[in-house]
Ligand binder design. Structure first.
Ligand code: ATP
Length: 220
């Protein structure tokens, strides 16, 4: 039986196969009802995205088309302003109630910076934190975080299922070695990254002339 909701937040500038593979493997490992991909309107911890929120949202929508139980949740874009995860999870909790297990999924690179996020301890009370390995990224935790996870970490996913949130679990799932940065850089150079983008996203990028240094006047 499927139960619970997984949340995969990000800038998705653009969404790539690493994100989709993470969503698929999380859905299967956790047997959740839904994986929600939540694009940030304005990520608080990094430079502004290159593409508009509307384009990033549209790319995500075409990317998840036909993927069972993987959906796009546009609440951060509708909310506008800085996209604080604590606010996103609070509004999700209001929607799904206090009993449902919610899993906030992060790559290990993002997890290592969690203690710099707005109200980070509340994030981990509102949801379980599920950390995915990411090729090329090591886990380097601050002393504060290493101590903090001591009481929360579990090696067994099953132990999280019966609680709405509060746990931390590290998952070793196969991941795709790709980042949005390398895709943007390749596109800036006029290259088409092979095997890293869903086909419909590649077509969307071409059609809308995204990530180009100069307009190519492509036709959709
Ligand atoms: P950028 O290169 O612009 O920083 P990104 O590829 O890291 O982008 P984000 O949208 O910032 O993508 O990432 C959203 C979430 O997905 C983060 O938690 C990140 O760690 C995770 N993630 C991104 N790519 C991968 C990947 N290839 N494998 C596992 N996790 C990933």
């Amino acid at each position: 039986m499927r139960t619970g909701i997984a949340v995969l937040g990000g800038t998705f500038d653009p969404v790539h196969l690493g994100h989709l593979e993470s969503a698929r493997s999380i859905r299967d490992a956790l047997s959740v009802n839904e994986v929600r991909m939540v694009p940030a309107f304005k990520p608080p911890h990094r430079n502004p995205p290159e593409s508009s929120a509307e384009h990033r949202l549209a790319m995500l929508q075409v990317a998840v088309e036909g993927l069972p139980n993987i959906v796009v949740d546009d609440r951060e874009i509708r909310r506008e302003g800085r996209s604080y995860t604590v606010e996103t999870l609070t509004s999700l909790r209001d929607e799904v109630g206090s009993e449902v297990a919610v899993y906030f999924v992060m790559g290990v690179d993002a997890f290592c910076t969690l203690d710099q996020w707005h109200e980070w301890r509340s994030i981990a009370d509102l949801a379980h934190i599920v950390v995915l390995q990411r090729p090329g990224h090591e886990m380097k935790l601050s002393e504060k975080m290493a101590k903090w996870i001591e009481d929360r970490e579990t090696e067994k996913l099953e132990e999280l299922v019966n609680h709405p949130g509060g746990g931390v679990c590290f998952l070793e799932l196969e991941q795709v070695a790709v980042s949005s940065t390398e895709i943007r850089e390749a596109l800036h150079r006029g290259e088409v990254p092979e095997g890293k983008l869903p086909g419909l996203v590649r077509a969307y990028i071409k059609c809308h002339d995204l990530y180009q240094r100069e307009n190519s006047n492509a036709e959709c």
